[in-house]
Design a protein around this ligand. Structure first.
Ligand code: NAP
Length: 519
């Protein structure tokens, strides 16, 4: 089989009437499928339990997107057993065959793009454009990791010596957990799951409780692609209830987690404690939060900087781990830049994201709504509210894009991850001061600098400590293969999703050395 070079999936242009029409039809079709019930999928069994929970449309909280099963101890044990048993055969499957399932799944996702985007719009409040990007990234992960698995299965270079034949082979780890967030509920879930399975591992796939339906859709796609039963087991459930048991289980070999710092640290701590019967050190791959900054230097193109900051701070309601929550601005252009930000933020429409005229939709749930509104109150005391600040949780969880100026580097809204549409503006005396402020965080995920000064570009490359650093562009919107993604410090375990090192996190290397037998 000849496999073409990896290329990113193109994004959909909704200004083309045909695409707009397709999206409207898909939204209508999916609307008719809301409130269905979805079973657990363990091996080849579809299971319903007594306890259920519901996924709601955050733009219209009365609307149920679907209901799923809360597994009991019994189903959890069953899922672990099935995943373990399946590992015994799956680990020997040829890498080309495993990659083939990913390529098939990518083609199914491509064919169902508009429908999957519609689920994302209803279940997690993404705008058309944001939903389409999530689906495109899903395709990219499947296509990229499929190719990567084949690369890792090829003979690996070793230094040769006389009298021995040496071989190094990457083998899978075992049975692991995929614990995913709701903010990229398709792309991140699919990315972590596909990386684990294509390298020969089997998994229990636990989506966020806010996005179990889109996860079920992905599970269906894997089945349709012909993936053998038991390789991926769909086990939604409240993380606070089932998470610890899964993480502590002695048969769990690895945990691939994306989510908040608090939960990531808890998983890391629990996983480090060896349990009775456990014969390995569990591997934890944790991708966590951010407190990302965009620096604007006095030489910058202020129009471009304001556009980049607005897109990074308010795209998907600021609910991206890469979102800009701090704008650090040189004092010489501080007021001028703020004027530009206000001019631009005024054009943002907030409302039901099923309507493409709304750039911003709701925040994910009531808990998030309250937490963000509290941060706005804190921000009002710490600085000066200059735009937005209001929210309404009547029909859905809507919050205006909010800008607060004159924040100090150690203020709470400059330190804590808010994960909502709140931008803090901090004044810097000079460029060195701006860099100091940017690095004054326990996180280290993304960052950007707007400058025309080459000296500052080089200085920033050396000293702005974040995993994804951009110049003269926004700090969100990483493309698979192009911008491998992941952060430093409390942003995670320094992994790079969508990069050439990523699959190694799901593999271990076995060296085999054979002495030449002289006849
Ligand atoms: P979260 O609350 O930490 O939840 C993430 C996942 O962990 C969910 O599936 C959740 O299940 C589960 N969970 C909760 N408690 C658990 C426990 N005790 N044991 C095991 N699993 C448990 O995060 P989120 O609100 O979904 O996502 C937003 C966060 O993710 C933000 O901090 C964001 O920055 C971060 N994020 C980081 C990246 C990155 O690449 N670095 C990418 C995207 C998002 P339930 O939903 O059932 O509680």
């Amino acid at each position: 089989m000849v496999i073409s070079e990896f290329k990113n999936e193109p994004l959909t242009d909704f200004s083309i009437p045909e695409n707009k029409k397709k999206m409207e039809l898909a939204l209508n079709k999916v609307k008719g499928e809301l409130s269905n019930e979805y079973p657990l999928i363990i091996g080849n069994k579809r299971i319903k339990t007594d306890a259920k929970f519901y996924s709601h449309n955050p733009a219209n909280k009365k609307e149920i997107v679907g209901s799923v099963q809360q597994p009991s101890e019994q189903e959890i044990e069953k899922a672990i057993k099935v995943a373990l048993d399946t590992f015994n055969t799956w680990k020997y499957t040829d890498a080309n065959e495993r990659a083939g399932y990913l390529f098939k799944a990518a083609s199914i996702v491509r064919n169902r793009k508009f429908e999957l985007s519609s689920w994302l719009i209803y279940e997690v409040g993404k705008s058309w454009v944001e939903a389409d990007a999530d689906v495109a990234e899903t395709i990219d992960f499947l296509e990229f990791y499929g190719r990567e698995a084949i690369r890792y299965s090829n003979p690996q270079p070793l230094t040769s010596i006389i009298g021995e034949a040496n071989e190094l082979k990457y083998i899978p780890l075992g049975m692991g957990l995929i614990i995913a967030p709701w903010n990229f509920p398709l792309a991140i879930l699919a990315g972590m799951t596909s990386a684990a399975l294509v390298t020969g591992n089997t998994v229990i796939m636990k989506p966020s409780s806010d996005s179990p339906v889109i996860a079920y859709k992905f599970m269906e796609i894997l089945e349709e692609a012909g993936l053998p039963a038991g390789v991926v087991n769909f086990l939604p459930g409240r993380g606070g209830t089932i998470g610890d048991g899964l993480v502590l289980h002695p048969n769990t070999r690895f945990i691939a987690f994306t989510g908040s710092m608090e939960v990531g640290l808890r998983i890391n701590e629990l996983a480090s404690k060896s349990q009775d019967g456990q014969i390995w050190i569990k591997r934890v791959i944790a991708e966590m939060g951010g407190k990302n900054a965009i620096i604007v230097d006095e030489s910058a193109d202020l129009e471009a900087a304001a556009t980049g900051i607005i897109a990074s701070a308010f795209g998907y309601q600021g609910q991206k781990c890469s979102a800009c929550s701090r704008a650090i601005v040189h004092q010489a252009i501080y007021d001028k830049l703020i004027d530009k930000l206000i001019e631009k933020v005024k054009n943002i429409k907030v409302g039901d994201p099923a309507d493409p005229n709304n750039y911003m939709g709701p925040v994910i749930n009531e808990w998030a709504f309250r937490a963000i509104m509290e941060y706005i109150e804190i921000g009002k005391k710490e600085g000066q509210l200059i735009y937005g600040g209001n929210g309404s949780a009547t029909t859905g969880y809507f919050i205006e894009p909010t800008i607060i100026r004159d924040i100090e580097s150690n203020d709470r809204i400059a330190q804590e991850e808010i994960f909502g549409p709140v931008l803090a503006i901090i004044k810097a005396k000079d460029f060195d001061h701006a860099l100091q402020i940017a690095n004054n965080t326990k996180y280290g995920l993304t960052g950007a600098v707007y400058t025309k000064n080459r000296k500052y570009v080089e200085l920033t490359k050396q000293s702005f400590h974040c995993g994804n650093l951009y110049f003269n562009r926004k700090c969100t919107g990483a493309f698979v293969g192009v911008h491998p993604f992941g952060g430093f410090n409390m942003s995670g375990t320094d992994s790079k999703a969508g990069g050439r090192d990523y699959l190694l996190l799901f593999l271990q290397a076995k060296l085999m050395s054979e002495a030449n037998i002289v006849a």
